[in-house]
Design a protein around this ligand. Structure first.
Ligand code: NAD
Ligand code: ZN
Ligand code: ZN
Length: 361
């Protein structure tokens, strides 16, 4: 029996989201339907709403979620109805050139559901990041379901499905932060705050949080920042250099997604240091840098998609750390809201009042 449920849809560029009736087909071969329990509001959802990702409206928003598998299609053996899962947007294919070379976190051909969820009039929906989880039940590829310990509440666990994983992974997987490193994170919202926490977990000894909002900086301290810089008040490049003996940080993570903050990251790192871009820019953004500086400063300039995570490896591991009290996922949950409150959550995100609003179903 297909399902008829309520979901949060962005119908057009910049239009407020609306709660719509959505048809969810029964899972076909390789697919699963998941009962969503909680889904965080990520800045990427707002990017979709604003047309910053692509024009494939209408979007079914939400992609940072945990829930219980309701039904699986033919040939699905890794998950079964009743399993507690975090949804991921990296169901690796095992066959592309990255997977074959043993680097599946770069998989270039990740799986999503083959069938489409639709509006009542049959219009197919584009699920955000191939998930679409501001909805009672969603249809995904079975590989997008990663089983974790059900002792972790969905409000916390779901956050690993996107922003928090992206931030932790940007520090640990992409940036290679290790014991004794100095790290600066520019933009400490949900993703940047998680990068701070990831650097803390990895043993960085100096962790400098930069933001234009003092509330974010105060939260960053709770995640392990040793120093904070309000970049409205002081030049962040100078401040980071000053705090690192004049050198710059070993790893600088940009978690805003803007040319000016990328430039700050570029110049705030030590010689031979690493810049990690985890913030998502929009298509019109460009940056110009002296090529001699790119060459002369050495090191590496990397981007981090989803924290270079491998969900099957990283989600259960991070949930275990959470259950041991070593990973503060609850600290990211600023409020829990209903499905009808996503538009207001975007406004709160815009005003900087929250790290994560989490929709609870
Ligand atoms: N690469 C990935 O896989 C991935 C995954 C999830 C999100 N993202 C992206 O990461 C970015 C951050 O997402 P989020 O959910 O944390 O958003 P957010 O709104 O919670 O955080 C953004 C933070 O940047 C700060 N900021 C804005 N302008 C600034 C400036 N000029 N200097 C310093 N700080 C500034 C804001 O005050 C805020 O704290 C977005 O671009 C989002 O699309 C990337
Ligand atoms: Zn692959
Ligand atoms: Zn996201």
């Amino acid at each position: 029996m297909p399902y008829t449920v309520q979901g949060v849809v962005a119908r057009g560029k910049g239009e407020p989201v609306s709660l719509e009736t959505v048809h969810v087909p029964d899972p076909g071969p390789g697919e699963a339907v998941v009962n969503i329990q909680a889904c965080g509001v990520c800045h990427t959802d707002l990017h979709y709403r604003e047309g910053g990702i692509n024009d494939e409206f209408p979007f079914l928003l939400g992609h940072e979620a945990a829930g219980i598998v309701e039904a699986v299609g033919e040939g699905v053996t890794d998950v079964a109805p009743g399993d507690y899962v975090i949804l991921n947007w990296r169901a690796v294919c095992g066959q592309c050139r990255a997977c074959r070379r043993g680097r599946p976190w770069y998989c270039f051909s990740t799986h999503n559901a083959t069938q489409r969820m639709t509006l009542e009039d049959g219009t197919p929906l584009s699920p955000a990041l191939g998930i679409g989880a501001f909805i009672e039940k969603t249809l995904v590829a079975a590989g997008q379901c990663t089983k974790v310990d059900p002792a972790a509440p969905a409000t916390a666990a779901g956050l690993l499905g996107c922003g928090v994983m992206a931030g932790i992974g940007a520090a640990i997987n992409t940036g290679g932060v290790t014991r004794g490193d100095s790290v600066a994170v520019i933009g400490v919202g949900g993703v940047g705050g998680a990068a701070v926490h990831g650097a803390h977990l990895a043993g960085a000894t100096k962790i400098i949080a930069v933001d234009i909002d003092d509330r974010k900086l105060a939260w960053a301290k709770e995640f392990g920042a040793t120093h904070t810089v309000n970049s409205r008040e002081s030049d962040p490049v100078e401040a980071i250099r000053e705090l690192t003996g004049g050198d710059g940080a070993d790893v600088v993570i940009e978690a805003v997604g803007r040319p000016e903050t990328y430039r700050q990251a570029f110049y705030a790192r030590d010689l031979a240091g690493t810049v990690v871009l985890v913030g998502v820019p929009t298509p019109e953004m460009t940056i110009e840098l002296p090529l001699l500086d790119v060459f002369g400063r050495g090191g590496s300039l990397k981007s981090s998609w989803y924290g270079d995570c491998l969900p099957s490896r990283d989600f259960p591991l991070l949930i275990d750390l959470y259950l041991q009290g070593r990973l503060n996922l609850d600290g990211f949950v600023s409020e829990t809201i209903g499905l009808g409150d996503v538009e207001e959550a975007f406004a709160k995100m815009h005003r900087g009042e929250v790290l994560r609003s989490v929709v609870v179903l």
